[in-house]
Ligand binder design. Structure first.
Ligand SMILES: O=C(CO)[C@@H](O)[C@H](O)[C@H](O)[C@H](O)COP(=O)(O)O
Ligand SMILES: [Zn+2]
Length: 197
């Protein structure tokens, strides 16, 4: 296969997945927006975590809330738990890598906050531990997964929101996660700016 053909196949597979996934995901994404708006409107905050590309997505989400997405508005309370190398290395070194997000959730999370938990497999132990810590703190959870949701699917509470991309390829799932993150940012802004009831 030529490089052009390989590249074309990536574009086509990604585009086809997005078009196929929107019907099943639009409703849950709308629920996630409503949940996150209620968290922010109650002066609570959103913590975000994930590994690898999903760590980047967690940071991307927090940056768009503290900074801006497409419209001017005041800062919104969001924090990625993936950035502080001293915390990450100390907790991994002194406890375990599985604890790197959960200890931050227990240390920073308060009742009514939300955790955006991102795992394409739904099986990363440190994201699972973060969800369990969020529930201990009476926090809401929005989980971004794929591959059927993995162990995370069975961990979520009734009022949590599960956004599971119907695909088994990590890269494709991440591409839809990023699209979902932009939908979350747009929907949160539309409601908070009074453009959307
Ligand atoms: O971005 C990619 C693959 O596209 C990788 O860095 C990927 O994020 C890593 O393998 C992660 O460790 C995967 O973790 P998860 O999504 O299964 O929770
Ligand atoms: Zn990636």
């Amino acid at each position: 296969m030529s490089l052009i053909a390989r590249i074309t196949r990536h574009f086509e597979e990604s585009a086809q997945l997005k078009l196929a996934a929107v019907e099943g995901l639009a409703g849950p994404v709308s629920d996630a927006i409503d949940l996150l708006v209620s968290v922010l409107a109650s002066d609570r905050k959103i913590l975000a975590c994930g590994n690898g590309g999903s760590a980047g997505d967690a940071q991307h989400f927090a940056a768009e809330l503290i900074g801006r997405f497409e419209r001017e508005r005041p800062e919104l309370a969001a924090l990625a738990l993936t950035t502080d190398s001293s915390i990450l290395t100390a907790v991994a070194n002194d406890y375990s890598f599985e604890e790197v997000f959960a200890r931050q959730v227990r240390g920073l999370g308060q009742t009514g906050d939300a955790l955006l938990a991102i795992s394409t497999s739904g099986n990363s132990p440190n994201v699972i531990a973060a969800i369990q810590a969020a529930h201990e703190r009476q926090m809401h959870v929005v989980a971004l997964t794929g591959k059927g949701g993995g162990r995370i699917a069975s961990l979520l509470a009734e009022d949590d929101v599960h956004l599971c991309v119907p695909h088994d390829r990590t890269a494709r799932i991440q591409e839809v996660h990023l699209l979902i993150i932009h939908c979350l940012c747009d929907g949160i802004d539309a409601i908070l700016l009074g453009e959307q009831e």
